[in-house]
Design a protein around this ligand. Structure first.
Ligand SMILES: C[S@@+](CC[C@H](N)C(=O)[O-])C[C@H]1O[C@@H](n2cnc3c(N)ncnc32)[C@H](O)[C@@H]1O
Length: 267
């Protein structure tokens, strides 16, 4: 058995689309793990994975792609500022706290982008924000709290915002203000754990609809629907699409923004 065959026959058991993981860097990571276990063939490792729940958990972690950047898909951030956050604020009563959840937040680039956008355009609106950010990878969450990033993380973010919010320390950029404490970080696995409820907006980009098999996409989309208030929004990645079977739950309002289908006009 070769690596490709191993992926093809093992990853569906983890709920993952095997093609996405056919990369040399990931292959090398798995080979290191096989060495640790003193297993020499892909078939031996496959058997070990299928017989051992802890190893399935570990392998899922090894496969995780944690690439992210600030203002990823920058046109989305423009549309959020000009259109979708104003629509949301209009619909939520002024006393209510707006709750946004970044699910699969990597090292914090996405929730910090949302927080900076909020600081810039909505912080003086008198509205309060609760921003939740989760990832299944503890190392990612640790990096998120440290909030230090290489220049490449900012290539889509307006330069003036990088200059305003980050201090350049010899080519590494550290968040200036203590914005990290304004975000509630928590470890959370979308496959196994129930989501936090009462969100007005969920971000789940370049994760569920990129890497997970259809059945799991379907199940998690249903959970997202329950975790959103009526009329709430779900934002996916630029190349992501919701599975066909969930058309009765969400309508596409403007790619990649979906809205729950509930009572008309409710939020
Ligand atoms: C490619 S990054 C996407 C980051 C960000 N959402 C973006 O679009 O830039 C995917 C993230 O999902 C996390 N992840 C992978 N499997 C997960 C799971 N089952 N539950 C929660 N997070 C997961 C990874 O650790 C990684 O940080």
């Amino acid at each position: 058995m070769e690596y490709k065959e191993f992926l093809k026959t093992t990853l569906p058991h983890l709920g993952l689309r095997w093609r996405r993981f056919n990369r040399k860097s990931i292959r090398n990571r798995v080979i290191d793990r096989m060495r640790q276990l003193n297993l020499h063939t892909w078939s031996d490792y496959k058997r070990h994975v299928l017989e051992n729940e802890e190893e399935r958990y570990l392998l899922t972690g090894m496969l995780a792609v944690t690439i992210s950047r600030f203002w990823r898909n920058s046109s989305l951030f423009e549309r959020l500022e000009k259109k979708w956050l104003p629509v949301l604020l209009e619909a939520v009563s002024p006393e209510e706290t707006v709750q946004i959840w970044s699910a699969g937040c990597a090292s914090g680039e996405e929730p910090y982008s949302l927080l900076i956008l909020w600081q810039e355009s909505f912080a003086n609106s008198g509205r309060s924000l609760r921003l939740l950010a989760s990832d299944s990878d503890t190392h990612c969450l640790k990096r998120a709290r440290q909030a230090r990033y290489p220049a490449s993380s900012f290539r889509e973010m307006p330069l003036q915002l990088r200059q305003e919010y980050f201090a350049n320390e010899k080519g590494t950029f550290s968040l200036r203000h203590d914005l990290s404490q304004k975000i509630e970080w928590f470890e959370h696995n979308l496959i196994w754990e129930p989501p936090p409820m009462n969100n007005h907006l969920i971000f789940c980009r370049n994760l569920v609809y990129t890497y997970f098999v259809d059945a799991l996409q379907d199940e998690i989309t249903r959970r997202f629907h329950q975790a959103l208030v009526a009329g709430g929004f779900l934002v996916v990645g630029r190349k992501d699409r919701l599975p066909h079977g969930t058309g009765e739950l969400f309508r596409l309002v403007e790619h990649p923004v979906y809205q729950t289908i509930d009572v008309p006009g409710a939020i």
